[in-house]
Every structure is written in structure tokens, then in C-alpha cells.
Design a protein around this ligand. Sequence first.
Ligand SMILES: [Zn+2]
Length: 312
Amino acid sequence: MSDTLHRFQLENLHVRGEWLSLSQSWQEIQNTTDYPPAIRQVLGEALVAISLLADSLKFDGSLVLQIHGTAPVSMLVVQATSDGSIRGLANWQGEISSDASFKELFQPVDDKNGNSRQGTMAISVEPSSTQGERYQSLVSLEGDSLAECFTQYFAQSEQLNTRLWLAVDDKTASGLMLQSLPSEETETLSVTQSDGWDHASILADTIKDEELLELPAQELLHRLYHEEDLRIYDAKSIRFECTCSQEKIEYTIRSIGEEEANSIIAEQGSVTVDCDFCNTNYVLDSVDVTRLFSVADVNISNADANGTGSVH
Ligand SMILES: [Zn+2]
């Protein structure tokens, strides 16, 4: 069974929303790596958050959330495409206590001069068409949870009111997003825009994690908003899918250079690259490597810069 996302609208409150529950895709992502529970929690939250945001943007391409330069989690990256595929991973060092908080996972690190440097959380919109422009927003890591970081970000940037509610366990990762409708989309108002927003948010604040994780969209939304003018739209399916390919791996090997590639062949007999997102193992032997470096027009500018793997 594929995972589903439902858009909904609370017409009388001038609020739109999205509900998402990941089960199968969440299992597949967890199967690639044995994550400590505290990291699993935040990775699941990030996957849900980025999927909800990607769907709300109505664009063609992918949305990427990256956290870098922190300890013990040195990197977390999740990606959601507009056609419903998701992938993600996190790297960390050392033991992680199972009750480590969000703040404990993403602490500032000292640079080589001994100065403490804050990590960065960035959200990048990467349109698939050659027309669109890639752009990036930086989100502060100051909140006590990922959802709170997003709430602060939306509150500070002059965007529509937006809030996320996220819940994760080892079987399911779920979330709810509310967003004010742009004022031109609202018609005759029986309540003011901000009253409608406050009412919808206060009701969503009453959700328990178990409800978010276990209830189907219809049941959860009716429980919260049965007194409102609720309209739930058809489901969109979401799946785990990696965008790695032989072509991208060959680019990675080209980028390390012919000399380095040949020295790996001399030592190990082949160059192997594991995709960290899906654990696919790519193996290139000496014939492959010779072919790779004999291709005349290596187009470096078209490279995929996602850094999908590590070369051995
Ligand atoms: Zn992959």
C-alpha cells in the first residue's frame, strides 16, 4: 500500500491544510541504515515536513532540506519531489542517547580556530525545468523541535501563516500542516482571517501524537474540524524512490580524476560506490573506468551535485 497525502480546506476559516502519513516509504528509508532512535525521530519529522511543504508549493521539481555543521549529527538531508517521491539520510558520530533532544542533536561545532559555529538549516527549491531558478532559504536551528523551527521561520518571514504538527514512531511518520489562504482567495468573510487561523491552530494543538500516527485522514480531520466547513481532497501517493543512477555515479568517479580511479583499481580491482540513500551498490571495473575517461566531452556543468555516495 502506498503512502498518502490529503489536501483539505476549512472554507469558513480561510485555512488550507495537508495531512500526510508515511508507512511503507518510512520503513524503506529506515531499512537503509540502523538509526539511533533520536535521529530516527528527527529524520522522520524532516521527511514529513519537506513532503508537506513540497506539495504546498505547487511547482515542478524538488525541495531539499539540509542541516550541516552540527554535532553529533553532522548532516541531515531530505528531498521530496513534486511528483511524490521522497528520500533522506542522516550522518552522525558517536553514541546518541535515546532521549537526546533536538537541540542536543544539532549543537554548534568549534571550527579550527576554536570559535563556536552554528549549524545551518537550509531549504532549497530546485525546479526541474531549465526556466525556473533554484533558491534557498535559511531556517534558524534555535527551536526546540523541527516543527518549532519552521513555525519561527514562517512567523519571521513575511509569508502566509503556516504551522506543522509532526509525529514519528518506528512504523509511521505523520504530519499535519495548516496555512492561511491568501486574502484574495477568501470571499465574504464571516470571521476575520486571523480569528479563523487562530481557531484552526488551537484545534490542531489538541491532537495527540497517537492520533496523528494512527488515525486515517478522514477520521482525524473530522474529529478536529467536524463543526467547520471541511472539504477533503483526493489522496496523492507518496513513495520512497532514489534518484541515483549509473550516470550520476560515473560523474562522481570522473570528478575524482583518472589517476585516483586507476589507483583504486590497482589496489582493489574495482571502484565501488554505495548510494547512501538507498544502499544500491555500483561497481566499475578497469574496463568501465577506461571507457569513462576516454569519453571526450565530459559535461561537468550538468553534474548532479547531490553527493549521493562515497567512493571506495
Ligand atoms: Zn540511491
